[in-house]
Ligand binder design. Structure first.
Ligand SMILES: [Zn+2]
Ligand SMILES: [Zn+2]
Length: 249
């Protein structure tokens, strides 16, 4: 091997992860990068403005602690956390986790969410962490449920910050009906399509429990409202929510 080849091999083995590219900007990742390049990681649109006390989405009206959708639609959430604004690289990150076969990215960002959620008062009441399920057909197409990966990360992040961590429960709630993709639908249409889509498999497991429901995106709140309604009707005491991205009110 000549000097140039040795040097190139050294670069490949020590600076780059083979075939690893940043899912947001497409640049080759260095060994010192984790799942995103440093620039994109620093640039994530983390929500740092006032948020709705019920769902965690950013609120912009002064002196109001509940967002318009939660107030108008009487959404049933007892507490909420949203990590990123659903725009620019936040959108690209969700897209990569959902459609580009990057389940580990979901666990990684979920862990950061868990560390932040450990500071929320309501987490102390939570007994179970439940991801919003996919229908089994959709899950076998994708190979995994992105919300379950995020929930797993949240659990890991909480374990680093709290002594008593709620249990992660992935078998309790199922999606019994395969619903169409919601892109482009209004809230009413979404709700109509989702009614009765979820089932609680083991009702005893959730009686009087406070549940943290985890989903990838909070837009109209239709999916989380329907899922919460199913859990509350089946006997849960309260439902809090955590989402990777949220649309501001
Ligand atoms: Zn990047
Ligand atoms: Zn809200």
């Amino acid at each position: 091997m000549n000097l140039k080849q040795t040097f190139l091999t050294f670069l490949e083995n020590n600076l780059f992860l083979k075939n690893g590219t940043c899912p947001i900007c497409g640049k080759v990742l260095f060994v010192t990068d984790r799942f995103l390049c440093h620039h994109c990681e620093d640039d994530l649109p983390i929500i740092n403005t006032p948020t709705c006390v019920q769902c965690g989405r950013p609120v912009f009206t002064a002196n109001r602690d509940v967002c318009t959708p939660c107030a108008k639609l009487k959404l049933p959430f007892a507490g909420g956390y949203a990590h990123l604004n659903y725009q620019n690289s936040g959108k690209k990150l969700v897209h990569a986790i959902k459609f580009k076969d990057r389940p580990h990215l979901g666990i990684w960002v979920g862990t950061q969410m868990g560390e932040a959620i450990a500071k929320c008062q309501w987490i102390n009441d939570v007994d179970l962490i439940i991801p919003v399920p996919l229908h089994r057909n959709r899950q076998s197409e994708r190979g995994y449920n992105q919300s379950e990966k995020i929930a797993r990360g949240i659990h890991d992040g909480l374990c680093q910050k709290m002594s008593k961590v709620p249990e992660l429960a992935t078998q309790i709630l199922i999606r019994s009906r395969n619903t169409p993709h919601q892109i482009g639908q209004g809230r009413e249409e979404r709700l109509r399509n989702l009614t009765g889509a979820f089932n609680v498999e083991t009702i005893e497991a959730i009686q009087n429990k406070t549940i943290l429901l985890v989903d990838d995106v909070l837009t109209t709140g239709a999916t989380l409202a329907e899922t919460s309604a199913t859990l509350l009707e089946a006997g849960a005491a309260q439902v809090c929510i955590a989402t990777l991205c949220a649309v501001a009110e």
